[in-house]
Ligand binder design. Sequence first.
Ligand SMILES: [Zn+2]
Length: 476
Amino acid sequence: MKLHFLGANRQVTGSRYCLEVAGRRVMIDCGMFQERSYQPRNWDPPMLPPESIAAMLLTHVHIDHCGLIPRWVHLGFKSPIYATEPSVALSDIMLRDAAEIQEEDIGYKLKRHKREGRKSPFPYEPLFSVADVDQCKPLFRPVKYGQAIQVTPEITARFFDAGHILGSAMIQIDATENGQTKRIVFSGDIGQVNKPIVNDPSLLDSADFIVMESTYGDRNHQHPGDTETQLADAINETIGRGGNVVIPTFAVERAQELVYHLGRLLRASRIPQIPIFLDSPMATDVTDVYLQFHDYCDEALLKMVKDQQAPFVYPNLKYVRTAEASKQINFAPPSNVIMASSGMCNAGRIKHHLKNNIEKPEATILFVGHQGEGTLGRQIVDGAKRVRIYGQDFQVRAKISQIYGFSGHADHDGLMTWITHFQKSMATTAAHTARSIQRVFMTHGEEAVALKLAAEINATLGLPTYVPHYRETVDL
Ligand SMILES: [Zn+2]
């Protein structure tokens, strides 16, 4: 059998793998390349014909794992896509949003290039359209954690909770060729332990081959501390100055996490009863999916639901869908908590709220997520004194704060715990003695980080490791 590496190789985004067993091909993830320097790869003609793929398995709905599904459907893929129940519901929201952003971006790009007399090396068309997203919907097959899925006659797959976002999964595949069965585990994105809403990441027991993410392979999260207390402090301090707290947030997981923490702070009277706005139609739709599939959440959240303390609904909290209601927030007397996307401030309603608050010394702009290179959010956290928003100059006078503990990814120690568990359980369980880890492939990490983690796993656990290249094929 063969494994083709089609993305997230020596860089972070664009997760995409294809396993070939007895001549049949199954893809694991179909993500979009998001780093500016790797985006041209989204246009590469597929290395394997999309119509030759027998099925797709999706670990979770972040765009760097699912964002090219409509592109592949556009190019001829029409086989089943297996994903957990929440992932199926969330994927439609995510892909529709991605298609709309693409269509808008092309419009802007055309105008800009015309003005500057430039020509793009890529076609002036979106990677996919909303119509392509419509074609994806009937292909999805919802699955539950632990359920054995006969993907092809040779391949059985099981999804396990990855604890990263709602419905996120690690995928364990048992593949049989020439009478020999091999177990291949795809880690997906491994979550952080002790996070609210989601469970801790699953620890799996055995594998012959492991494809493992390495995003934070070289470092531990800084100042994780008590995020809820930090959130309360930032809000109370800002109320003391008479300003608003503006929080750029991602629509999936981070927004729900904030809503969850704010609800707890209000109930415990750790912050006063001020209005809280989640100004994002997409985050609102995503929260509906969280409510629908709350049985996928952790015990603490299930207990809240049982005790009728709706974790995502409380009197002070307003979900804002329409543009009109969004504009009205400007007229709400301070103090308010205003959450809006995008999380890196490069698009969306957050830009309006920044315009209205960034020049006010009494306001706080509170960052709760990583700010990518080249984004407006990055400029602000890096201490820019002036920023441009919608073609206008603004002085940064608001207080700029950051809370670091919100990462949805395991850090270095978390990744080591996850990989070490395989070896421990295989060493102690008689049933697994026939199996031994033949190779760990490090992916989904910057090159230096993936290489460093590969070397460490090899040195400390004695496991053979390898960092594959883009479009490399290995024999398993
Ligand atoms: Zn992810």
